[in-house]
Structures are given as structure tokens and as C-alpha cells.
Design a protein around this ligand. Structure first.
Ligand code: ATP
Length: 205
């Protein structure tokens, strides 16, 4: 029997936007995974500022954005922790939960490649799961050649093989927050239910 495959998608999702859901869906198809789990972070260990929206609001907006997509789930496992979680620890928890036979993927956008070398025990993370880098508008096509001296040829090969050539969707949470802060309309930049939630709760003003 083929191994189960599950895609894990971490991020701040502040707020979640169609760039996230579109690439997640494509990554799910590309890998043949049975489900994609969105995992909002308390805050990125590498970003020294807190998300602008609270944990519950970000979680609620993800739930609204993924409603009706039966392959999507959201997990509050990182939000429940008192401190920001390292990806390696989260991946290990899911591996323990789903069992060693399940193949796990962890998605990141191409904008995060330069930061990767600073991730907590990154070499172990590359070994532990399929760290899958997706294309992102405004950023170079993923290439890991410059890291060969640090992580070794095998890990570079694995990273390169796991690249997912997602379509370029030019949208970011930063731009959505910027527009809201200056009173501009964002209704074409997030799912309708997420836009309603943002306006009803007065987020990002
Ligand atoms: P911000 O603008 O606040 O940095 P973001 O739009 O990059 O936010 P995150 O929540 O940080 O959103 O993203 C979670 C993950 O999704 C990251 O790995 C990021 O690279 C990736 N990602 C976000 N938007 C896109 C997109 N449009 N295309 C491909 N990957 C994306």
C-alpha cells in the first residue's frame, strides 16, 4: 500500500489570502497528499514583531477561507504553545501523530530561502521531512546551490527535487495590511468571508 502523504503549511497568515490557498491546493495535487494542514504560528522565530491580528482572529480567518474545501484543515497546535514553535518540533509532533510511514511535506515560499540557513536545526529539518519550496512572484526560482557547502550535496538534491513549481500569484499579507491601514479596499485580495471578518472586527486599521 502507498504511504500516506500530508502537506503541512505554516505561516503567520496575517491575514490568510488566496495566494496561500491557491498554492496549498496545487502543492496538495502535485505531491498527491490526502490533506493540507494550515498551521498558524504564534510568531515567526525569525520575525521580531508580533502578528498584527490576534491568534484567534488569524485562526478564525483561516477557518473561513478554507471552509468547503474538504482537503484543507487548520491546526492550532502552535498557537496553543506558550512560546513560538520551531518547525522541526512541529514536524516531529505530526510525524509522531501520523506514524513513521506517513510522508510529511512542509511548504515554504521562495521568499524564505535566504532565511533558511538561520532556521533552528535546519539540516535535521531537511532530513526529517520534505521541505518543499514553492515559486513566489517577485522572487528568483528556487536554487539551493549556494548552500551546498553548509548542508551537503544530498540535502541540496533533496531540496531541489522537492521544489513545487506553483503559479505566480502576486499577493502578500503585508500589502493587504498596508491597504487596510490606509483605508483602501481589499475585497478583491481576500476571500469574501475573510473580508467580512476583517471589516466586522476592525482588523488592521
Ligand atoms: P507577510 O507579507 O506578512 O510576510 P505572507 O503573505 O508572506 O506574509 P505568510 O503567512 O508569511 O504570508 O506566508 C506563509 C508561507 O506562505 C510563507 O512560506 C510564504 O513564503 C508563503 N506564501 C505566502 N504568499 C505566497 C504566494 N503568493 N505565493 C507563494 N507562496 C506564498
Amino acid at each position: 500500500m502507498a504511504n500516506r502523504k500530508i502537506v503541512l503549511f505554516g505561516g503567520t497568515f496575517d491575514p490568510i489570502h488566496p495566494g496561500h490557498t491557491a498554492v496549498a491546493s496545487i502543492a496538495g495535487e502535485y505531491t498527491g497528499a490526502e490533506k493540507i494542514i494550515f498551521i498558524p504560528a504564534k510568531r515567526s522565530p525569525l520575525k521580531h514583531f508580533l502578528p498584527k491580528a490576534g491568534d484567534d482572529d488569524r485562526l478564525n480567518m483561516i477557518a473561513l477561507a478554507i471552509k468547503g474545501n474538504e482537503n484543507f484543515e487548520v491546526s492550532d497546535c502552535e498557537l496553543k504553545q506558550p512560546e513560538p514553535s520551531y518547525t522541526l518540533e512541529t514536524v516531529k509532533k505530526f510525524q509522531a501523530q501520523y506514524g513513521i510511514e506517513t510522508i510529511l511535506y512542509w511548504l515554504i515560499g521562495a521568499d524564505s530561502i535566504n532565511d533558511l540557513q538561520y532556521w533552528y536545526r535546519i539540516a535535521e529539518l531537511i532530513d526529517q521531512c520534505n521541505l518543499s519550496v514553492m515559486y513566489r512572484a517577485g522572487f528568483d526560482t528556487p536554487d539551493f546551490g549556494r548552500f551546498e557547502g553548509i548542508w551537503g550535496a544530498q540535502r541540496i538534491k533533496k531540496l531541489q527535487q522537492n521544489v513545487i513549481p506553483t503559479p505566480l500569484i502576486d499577493i502578500s499579507s503585508t500589502e493587504i495590511r498596508r491597504r487596510l491601514a490606509t483605508g483602501l479596499d481589499i475585497s478583491d485580495m481576500v476571500a469574501p468571508a475573510v473580508a467580512d471578518y476583517i471589516y466586522q472586527h476592525g482588523l488592521y486599521r
